[in-house]
Ligand binder design. Sequence first.
Ligand code: KG4
Ligand code: ZN
Length: 375
Amino acid sequence: MIASTVRSSIFLNFLIAIKVYNFAKVIQFTPIFMPDFSQNNHYILGIESSCDDTAAAVVHNGWVLSNLVASQKIHQQYGGVVPELASRAHQQNIVPVVHQALQQANIGKKDLSAIAFTQGPGLMGSLLVGSSFAKSLAWGLGIPLIEVNHMQAHILAHFIKNQSKNPQFPFLALTISGGHTQIVLVRDYFSMEILGQTLDDAAGEAFDKTAKILGLPYPGGPLIDQYAQQGDPYRFKFTQPKAGGLNFSFSGLKTAVLYFIQQKESEQPGFIQENLHDICASVQHTIVSYLMNKLQKAVQQTGINQIAIGGGVSANSGIRKALQQAESEWEWITFVPPLEYCTDNAAMIAITGYLKYQQGEFSDLTTVSKARLEF
Ligand code: KG4
Ligand code: ZN
């Protein structure tokens, strides 16, 4: 009787121990993965969900096999991204987008070597959808999880092998998007220093807010670019914003455009319609020459003349033309990725994941999403 009680109590403790072990495994889960580099056959799934694009991509040894983006149209009617609607749309999109990314890459889940996801910066609700999905899938498949800084990824997109040329270290990166404007000194893949950044609005916001003032739908940047191509950039003059050193400021420009338009429309109703192309060309010219002036300063300061751009605004035809001119006039070597690697995309997350994978830099399940995240 005593023996059987002892036996059952040992058995009970054993069961409890297994339960505790499993529970601990669930909450701690610090996997020690040893990638098999002798195979050099690594498939990384990248997941991006920092704002209003749900994106998934597969990178194989640094080459992009698939790069899918589901852009959320719902925000257009609100004139800007509504965070709660963005996270709900991510929830709807993430499974089909990942599924298609795997299908297009012609691989199955079991072929994946690791899963990289955007840890931040971005909208908290949006980030959480991507990170929860990435964590669950990595855990389910028993493969490494890799957290990626979205801003670093915009820069590291330059190392996607599908491009004709890649920058050499050290180089300067200009990251211009809807949320950020930064000049970064890139010494190595993960050794980056921010030399200057916006003190208020981002370059993309300057485009989008101008578009809103002109009554154009969100996001207005591409439309301003489109109209600007048929307009006179010198017709209207806007003073370049002021910010010290290599920092930027764009909020004053928005106010200047607003007052200018209000005054002109009151003097001459229909002013916007009649002068849309010239207004867009003039505002775009102001923003582009401001960005180029700061870049010129950064080149003088560092003695580095390799410039790589990234972020949604680098799709702008004005900045692309200005950089081309700088190549011939100032002997800069410039790197402008294809559009699909400029705007928010998961290929840049997957390539960053691949670079971290090679260094064995993995995250555990306790890692958290971060709305603000420095390098
Ligand atoms: O990098 P991105 O896709 O998302 C963020 O992380 O913000 O950048 C989006 C921004 C928006 O402000 C959009 O208006 C702007 O990039 N953008 C452009 C152009 N294409 C996208 N701005 C000016 N000209 C364009 N062609
Ligand atoms: Zn971005």
